[in-house]
Design a protein around this ligand. Structure first.
Ligand SMILES: [Zn+2]
Length: 114
């Protein structure tokens, strides 16, 4: 699952077509035409996941600031890319997990679309 999220692998054909941009799901798979947009629909929690992740990182940053008192420039250099990476990584994991679960549920129902 982590591998699938990092590489953005399609649940049906395994091609790396899942993500159009680093954090957004493509509308459909380039290779097998699987309707990814339909599977992703309803992923309204994605915004909440982003906010929660950011909140945890901010608390972590404040904690480190209190304990270690690093210079501000160092904090910016560390936290800016780290926050971006963690938020994008979390979103990818969340969206991939959701997509795979829906795809599996659909496959169990014997859906023949595509
Ligand atoms: Zn595919």
């Amino acid at each position: 699952m982590v591998q699938a999220a990092l590489s953005g692998l399609c649940p049906r054909c395994g091609a790396a077509t899942l993500f159009e941009t680093p954090a957004s799901i493509a509308l459909s798979c380039d290779r097998c035409g699987l309707d990814l947009g339909a599977l992703e629909r309803g992923a309204r929690l994605a915004g909440l996941v982003t906010i929660l992740t950011a909140a945890i990182l901010i608390m972590l940053a404040i904690g480190i600031d209190i304990m270690l008192r690093p210079p501000l420039w160092l904090q910016v250099v560390i936290w800016a890319p780290l926050t971006l990476a963690v938020v994008i990584g979390t979103l990818r994991l969340y969206k991939t997990a959701l997509l795979y679960r829906r795809y599996e549920a659909q496959a169990e129902q014997g859906g023949t679309e595509g």
